[in-house]
Every structure is written in structure tokens, then in C-alpha cells.
Design a protein around this ligand. Structure first.
Ligand code: S3P
Length: 425
């Protein structure tokens, strides 16, 4: 698809970004195992969250859905007749594995070509230690996987992969297990599930990077409102920083510190981003942000910061092409296991546009500033790569074409509409 934006258009005005994907997935999953059910206000309705909805329906859950809310009714999960197809959604496959490990029935989880390539051993392994009976392709490391529900028991974990998906799968299994489970993370990943469980009345113990879950805890359920997704807003924020003369306000965006690494890195690079207002909503910080175009300087992004900005690294790489100096992003080998190999995708596409970029095993080195040229690039079937290059098209000389742009449906179906609303000649 040819990008409808051109160099010279600037971003002005106000916008509310789409609802948070991670929180919507978790509210659906938690709702499915809650006693009274859950009403999710302002849910994200997109390719990925619809994969979760579809799986829950196959598991016998009764759900009503409209653009403003999803209601998950109370009731037991039942053995699905069909394969639980998670589409492109890693969060659905991983979190569901945790829940299904502790059910009294058999189920099979599968996904699309991209998800079939993504590692599952990282959840299979810890869940097995809790007593789960799981098998999968390639020595139990890839989808499809089959799960024969079993009695689970608590365990003490030190997670080796810094992944909120793994942590959340283990927490969900721990809620169905006998006894206590302790989970220690080396670097704290997004903690939406922990906060949500507290909101719904579960007595979870969180001390720094250590979480203790008591298997006898009940999830009551209730109502939850989802804030805006900082990972989706990031594309609008990044665009406003990059395009000279821009000045926007992003309202009602989730500002949980385990998700705001992107903002901290941008501020370090010299971006003019300020918090206008901050509130608490369902145990999550929610902010209004003001962003002005800014000249940028290079920075170093290291391992400790990666979980807090994991989905924004492609965008940081693009921003670095316009920053003065050499930006180094390291300790980010997890990027090779996302919807695409994002290190390879960024290096290939940015090189085509004329950037000075070097591919590392676990990251990227970018030298800036360089003038980018429009070209034909690929999304690699990955929503975040597609949106990163739509942002690039605002600063390139010449046209930008993105193959597989439809992938934006996964997290931000209205992306082109929203960016167009902000863009003015
Ligand atoms: C997510 C966690 C991250 C992130 C993904 C969503 C989540 O993955 O990349 O888009 O909702 O838990 P990892 O935790 O596996 O790094």
C-alpha cells in the first residue's frame, strides 16, 4: 500500500489512542476464570484481542461485545471441540496455556505461520514444573501444542526469559494450583496482570521483582476500564517528535512505568514530551501527554531497559536515524522472536531508505542524522514494522510503499485514520 502521507505535513491537535492490548487480553482471560464475570469498558477490539475472544467462546464462555464494552459472563470453562486458533497473537497462546494447564480437559492451541515459528518452550517448561501435561511440535517448543489439564502445584521460579507473557502464564496457572507459587524476575516486565488481580480482589504479594501467588485465591471479578495503549500511541508520539513544527496532545494513555521506557529514552534523546495530567484508574497510571517536534541526539539503550520498551524498539531505531551521533541498542535478542525478526526487518528496510545501520546479534547500531528516501519496504507481516514505516513516510523524500500494511489490524485498526487526523499541510 502506498502511504498517503508526505514530507512537509506536520502533526497538530489532540487524540485519544486505542485501548491497551495487553490489558484487554488480560481482562478477558481473568474474566474467564472469575467467579462473577467481568465487564471490560473501553476494550481494544482488534485482530489480536478477537483471537482471545474467539478462543474463550470455543471454551464455552458466554460473551457479549460492542465497541464500548465486552461482558464475560460467569460459568465454567468447557472442553473445546475445536482447535483453539490464536491467529497472530503470542499473548493469547501463552496466557491461555497457563489457564488450560489447570483445567479438567484436553485442548489444542495453534496459530498462524508467524506464531507457529515463535518459541513456546518458555511457557511449556515452567508450566510442566507445576504439573502440566503439555506436548508440542519440535520437542515441545512450537505450536501446535496439546494440553491435558492436570492438578497443578505451586513452585518457586526464577524466570530466565524477561517476558511478561511467561510471567502472566505462570501467575494464571498459579491461581489454579495447590499451594504457593513464587516468581522472581531479573528485570521487571509489564505488571498489568498483577495490578488487575489486586483490582479484582485477589490477595497477591508483590515485593519488588518477586511475586507470590496463593493457589487458594478466588478472583471475584467486576468492572474494569482499559486505558489507551502507550505502544500504539508511541507511533503518534514518535511522528510528532520527528516532523518539524508538530505539536500534539495524547489523552488518556496508560502510563504504567513498566511500559514507559520509550518515553524515557526519547526524553534522554532531547524530545520535548511532558505530562500534563496524571490519574489512577483500576490500579494503573493514566496520563495526558504533550509532545512537540524536537531535534534529537543519539543514545544507548541497554538490556535493563528492554522489557519496558520492547515493542517500541523499531520506532526508536527509526528515530535514531534522525538523531545526531551513534545510537546503540543492545541486549535486545528477544526482538528476533516477535511477530517478525524485528532486528532483521528494521535493518533491511532502513538500509533500503538510505540509513546507516548495522545489524548485531542482539541489537542495532544506527548513525544519524541521515536523509531517508522513500522506497518499497515490507511489513514482514508485522503490525509494528508496518506502523514504523508509515511514520517514516512522513520524513522521507519520495513515495513510501509498504507491503502487507494490513497487519496493522492486529493492534491498531484505525491507525491511518488517526495519523491522518493529526496531519496538516
Ligand atoms: C506482551 C508482552 C511482550 C510484548 C507483547 C505483549 C504482553 O512480550 O512484546 O507485544 O501482553 O504480555 P514478551 O513479554 O514476551 O516480551
Amino acid at each position: 500500500m502506498k502511504m498517503p502521507f508526505s514530507k512537509g505535513q506536520k502533526l497538530t491537535g489532540e487524540i485519544i489512542p486505542p485501548p491497551d492490548k495487553s490489558i484487554t487480553h488480560r481482562a478477558l482471560m481473568v474474566g474467564a476464570i472469575s467467579r462473577k464475570g467481568v465487564r471490560i469498558k473501553n476494550p481494544l477490539i482488534s485482530g489480536d484481542t478477537l483471537s482471545t475472544v474467539d478462543c474463550l467462546r470455543k471454551l464455552g464462555k458466554s460473551l457479549t461485545m460492542n465497541p464500548k464494552e465486552i461482558i464475560i459472563k460467569p460459568g465454567q470453562l468447557k472442553e473445546p471441540r475445536d482447535i483453539l486458533y490464536c491467529g497472530n497473537s503470542g499473548t493469547t497462546a501463552r496466557l491461555l496455556s497457563g489457564i488450560l494447564s489447570g483445567q479438567k480437559f484436553f485442548s489444542v492451541i495453534d496459530g498462524d505461520d508467524s506464531l507457529k515459528r515463535r518459541p513456546m518452550k518458555r511457557v511449556v517448561e515452567p508450566l510442566r514444573r507445576m504439573g502440566a501435561i503439555i506436548f508440542g511440535r519440535e520437542n515441545d517448543s512450537l505450536l501446535p501444542i496439546s494440553i491435558k489439564g492436570n492438578e497443578l502445584h505451586g513452585h518457586e521460579f526464577e524466570l530466565t526469559v524477561p517476558s511478561a507473557q511467561v510471567k502472566s502464564a505462570v501467575i494464571l496457572a498459579a491461581l489454579l494450583a495447590e499451594g504457593k507459587t513464587t516468581i522472581k524476575e531479573k528485570i521487571k516486565s509489564r505488571d498489568h496482570l498483577e495490578r488487575m488481580l489486586e483490582w479484582f480482589g485477589v490477595n497477591l504479594e508483590v515485593q519488588g521483582n518477586i511475586i507470590t501467588v496463593d493457589g487458594s485465591s478466588q478472583i471475584e471479578g467486576g468492572e474494569i476500564t482499559v486505558p489507551g495503549d502507550i505502544s500504539s500511541a508511541a507511533f503518534l508520539i514518535g511522528a510528532a517528535v520527528l516532523v518539524p513544527g508538530s505539536h500534539i496532545v495524547v489523552r488518556e494513555v496508560g502510563y504504567n512505568p513498566t511500559r514507559t521506557g520509550f518515553i524515557r529514552v526519547l526524553q534522554r534523546m532531547g524530545a520535548k514530551i511532558s505530562v500534563l495530567k496524571m490519574k489512577e484508574q483500576a490500579k494503573e497510571e493514566v496520563a495526558d501527554l504533550e509532545i512537540k517536534s524536537s531535534s534529537l541526539k543519539a543514545t544507548e539503550v541497554t538490556k535493563e531497559e528492554i522489557p519496558s520498551l520492547i515493542d517500541e524498539i523499531p520506532l526508536i531505531a527509526l528515530l535514531a536515524t534522525q538523531a545526531e551521533g551513534v545510537t546503540r541498542i543492545t541486549g535486545a535478542s528477544e526482538l528476533r522472536h516477535k511477530e517478525s525478526d524485528r532486528i532483521k526487518a528494521m535493518c533491511e528496510n532502513l538500509k533500503k531508505m538510505g540509513a546507516k545501520i548495522e545489524e548485531l546479534r542482539d541489537g542495532i547500531i544506527i548513525e544519524g542524522p541521515t536523509l531517508l528516501r522513500g522506497n518499497q519496504v515490507s511489513s514482514f507481516g508485522d503490525h509494528r514494522i508496518a506502523m514504523t514505516f508509515a511514520v517514516a513516510s512522513l520524513i522521507t523524500r519520495g513515495e513510501t510503499w509498504i507491503e502487507g500494511f494490513d497487519s496493522v489490524q492486529i493492534s491498531y485498526p484505525e491507525f491511518i485514520r488517526d495519523l491522518s487526523t493529526l496531519c496538516h499541510d
